[in-house]
Design a protein around this ligand. Structure first.
Ligand code: BG6
Length: 487
């Protein structure tokens, strides 16, 4: 691993993302020894005028509490230095550069290195100007070696054209290996497990195709609405917020061909290919919903058509997947909170147990909560009688990996940015292909040509979505439900 001075600069340090995600993730890395205090300094930058201690106090409230952590928390906070300035004027960035350089010199009496990681916890509208400032005033000092990287987060644009424009603006200043586009779903434990499951297990190799799989569902549900962020959300809607990025990334990993190797570029090449094989979405394979009460939020316009729920079927035109619907479903204010991948297998041909069965074989990957992988299968009901019942082979993480703490997505991804591993980040051509899939539909929704159906908060969403699922060939299991084991 590289050694020498590492500076992590959080731009937008007083904002929500920084406080809730970035600093807590940095703290966890610090606690686990990934950020050595003799090498690392953390800088916060934003427009608000604050002293170092004022910023530290703001962050403290978002870090884990507990007596045994008090020392770690204060040591960590001491690493943070605050610089305030605007996002479009040189002065602030010159001052920031000075602060970073001083620290690089003081820490580098023995070993030279200037590694600078800029985390843009900012609205994308300011990315171009901020990148320009970094490029002009804050690049790593080449005589010391090291690198400069930037980390950006969605929304990357609102459609194909705006995303491409943003990509070109950033692309003129930084090379692709310097740009880390975060999709935090790629940092989730079970999402990271997908390639291993698929390509390290003989079980799945012959089954993972159109001959055996009837349909694939990738589902995201939340049991709360957009309270507190209605203004942001209304500009984007559920497709841009969840489906075009998080669920589509998961789809890539479920559907892609085996990469040549585990090299990040090989993996990303295969993801791009799958995205490019998706055919245009058909109107009759989309259901949009908006929960009743969404427009009560004063920051949401009264005539908003923004979907808070969507089911969209994607079809992949290739040898492996022709004819298999990939059902992407996401919704806010539903009856439960969970994210899962559900691979449903076809019926058994010439099935002699058919009339007794509760449902089909399904392979389920529960991303959250209660991480698990389970296989639904039909077995003999134990006992004297010869009857069958649906059961499961269950790998529940909490039970199987007791005492293992599953890292937060952001923690893992930030560590990757320090190591320079881009596997779990979205490449520019991948982003473009993702927007190509959804842009025509999004434009029609924006123009009001595609309406969101009302649904009750706390429900399953519009009934039309369940009907669509049925039409797509999904067969519901009856009288069986998987219950995560408790310890
Ligand atoms: C974010 C979305 O990207 O992901 C939010 O903007 C959503 O709307 C969140 O709530 C869900 O993330 P997680 O990790 O809680 O599933």
């Amino acid at each position: 691993p590289e050694t020498g001075c590492l500076s992590i600069i959080v731009l937008g340090a007083s904002g929500d993302l920084a406080k809730k995600k970035t600093f807590p993730a940095l703290f966890n890395l610090y606690r686990q020894g990934f950020l050595q205090s003799n090498e690392v300094h953390i800088f916060g930058y934003s427009r608000t005028k604050l002293s170092n201690d004022e910023l530290r106090d703001r962050i403290r409230g978002f870090l884990p509490q507990g007596k045994e952590l008090t020392n770690d928390v204060s040591d960590f906070l001491q690493l943070i230095i605050y610089v305030s300035g605007s996002y479009d004027a040189p002065e602030g960035f010159q001052e920031l550069d000075k602060a970073i350089s001083e620290h690089e010199v003081s820490k580098n009496s023995t070993e030279g290195s200037s590694r600078r990681l800029f985390y843009l916890a900012l609205p994308p509208s300011v990315y171009p100007q901020v990148c320009k400032m970094i490029k002009s005033y804050c690049m790593n000092k080449s005589d010391l070696g090291g690198w400069t990287r930037i980390v950006v987060e969605k929304p990357f644009g609102k459609d194909l054209a705006s995303a491409e424009e943003l990509s070109s603006q950033i692309g003129e200043l930084f090379d692709e290996p310097q740009i880390y586009r975060i999709d935090h779903y790629l940092g989730k434990e079970l999402v990271q497990n997908l390639l291993v499951l698929r390509f390290a297990n003989r079980f799945f190799l012959p089954l993972w195709n159109r001959d055996n799989i009837a349909n694939v569902q990738i589902v995201f549900r939340e049991d709360f609405g957009t309270e507190g962020r209605g203004g942001y959300f209304d500009q984007y809607g559920i497709i841009r917020d969840i489906i075009q990025n998080h669920l589509l990334q998961v789809l890539c990993l479920v559907a892609m061909e085996k990469p040549v190797s585990l090299k990040p570029e090989h993996i990303r090449d295969e993801k791009v290919k799958v995205l490019q094989s998706v055919v245009p979405i058909k109107d009759e394979e989309v259901v949009l919903g908006q929960y009743q009460g969404y427009k009560d939020d004063p920051t949401v316009p009264n005539d908003s058509n923004t979907p808070t729920f969507a089911t969209v079927i994607l079809r992949i035109h290739n040898e492996r997947w022709e004819g298999v619907p990939f059902i992407l479903k996401a919704g806010k204010a539903l009856n439960s909170r969970k994210a899962e991948i559900r691979v449903q297998f076809k019926d058994v041909p010439g099935d002699i147990f058919k009339c007794q069965k509760q449902g089909r074989n399904e392979f389920v990957i529960r991303l959250q909560p209660s991480e698990a992988i389970y296989m639904k299968l039909t077995v003999k009901q134990p006992g004297l009688e010869m009857s069958v019942v649906q059961s499961e082979l269950d790998l529940s993480y909490r039970q199987r990996y007791q005492g293992v703490v599953i890292p937060e997505a952001y923690e893992r991804l930030i560590l990757d940015t320090i190591k320079g591993d881009q596997q779990h980040f979205v490449r520019r051509d991948e982003l473009k292909a993702a927007w190509e899939i959804f842009t025509p539909l999004l434009h029609r929704i924006d123009q009001g040509e595609f309406k969101s159906l009302p649904y009750k908060p706390g429900s399953r969403g519009p009934v039309e979505a369940d009907e669509l699922l049925e039409r797509a060939g999904y067969v519901q299991t009856h009288g069986y439900i998987w219950i995560p084991p408790t310890l």
